[in-house]
Design a protein around this ligand. Sequence first.
Ligand code: ADP
Ligand code: MG
Ligand code: MG
Length: 251
Amino acid sequence: MLKIDNLTAEIDGKTILNGLTLDINAGEIHAIMGPNGAGKSTLAYVLGGRPGYEVTGGSVSFQGKDLLDLEPHERAALGLFLGFQYPVEIPGVSNVQFLRESLNSQRKARGEDPLSGGEFLKLAKEKAALLRMDMEMLKRQVNVGFSGGEKKRAEMVQMGILDPKFAVLDETDSGLDIDALRIVGDGINSIMRKPDRAVLLITHYQRLLEYVKPDYVHVLANGRIVKTGGAGLAHQLESEGYETVVQEEAA
Ligand code: ADP
Ligand code: MG
Ligand code: MG
């Protein structure tokens, strides 16, 4: 589904990704863990096509298409979803307006008819319930005055509505208390744990991985994947620390 080959990328002339190779098949959940500053968020931004991140080498194909050749909205219409560490606030726009507009613009790009107001509300209610979110909250302005946990849950409602093929979730667990962590974890599983979907979960801690069990865990350090293992690797990282694991690998 997603094939990243020897990717290098820089910000402001500084190389951040340095030969990153990663293959993700449909039906798989991959976790990327790594120390602060390793380039995890940079990878998410490069996949999303954020301006300012310059790809200097390598390739990324998504469902057989050259991802790097596409505009961010084209990537989204193809079924790529990005969840961010720091969701943005959009004063003056309600969640319902924002979500309906996002969905319908993606449907339009795919040549599908837009959902009517009624059809959309039915879908939104279903996905909000999955994340235990009150519809009243979805009528409020996007993320304005939301707690950290509410922002993440709203983002997962968005993911449920857009129904992507592939989700890159950057530190979706940051700022979540135990209950919100379980709700968000269950949400990710029910939306994305399917044979034709895949997820790249970027996380600093293994606690989210207790709820969303990864098929593979990768360690990102110095801009590339330095180690790959199963779910057990996350526990090893938590108990031994990144430094030990990364040094072992370099030795
Ligand atoms: P992680 O998500 O793994 O903590 P990031 O991808 O956010 O790491 O950052 C990787 C490196 O890129 C860090 O050294 C960071 O300081 C640097 N970096 C990130 N954004 C910028 C920027 N806009 N300009 C210069 N350096 C940046
Ligand atoms: Mg960081
Ligand atoms: Mg980050």
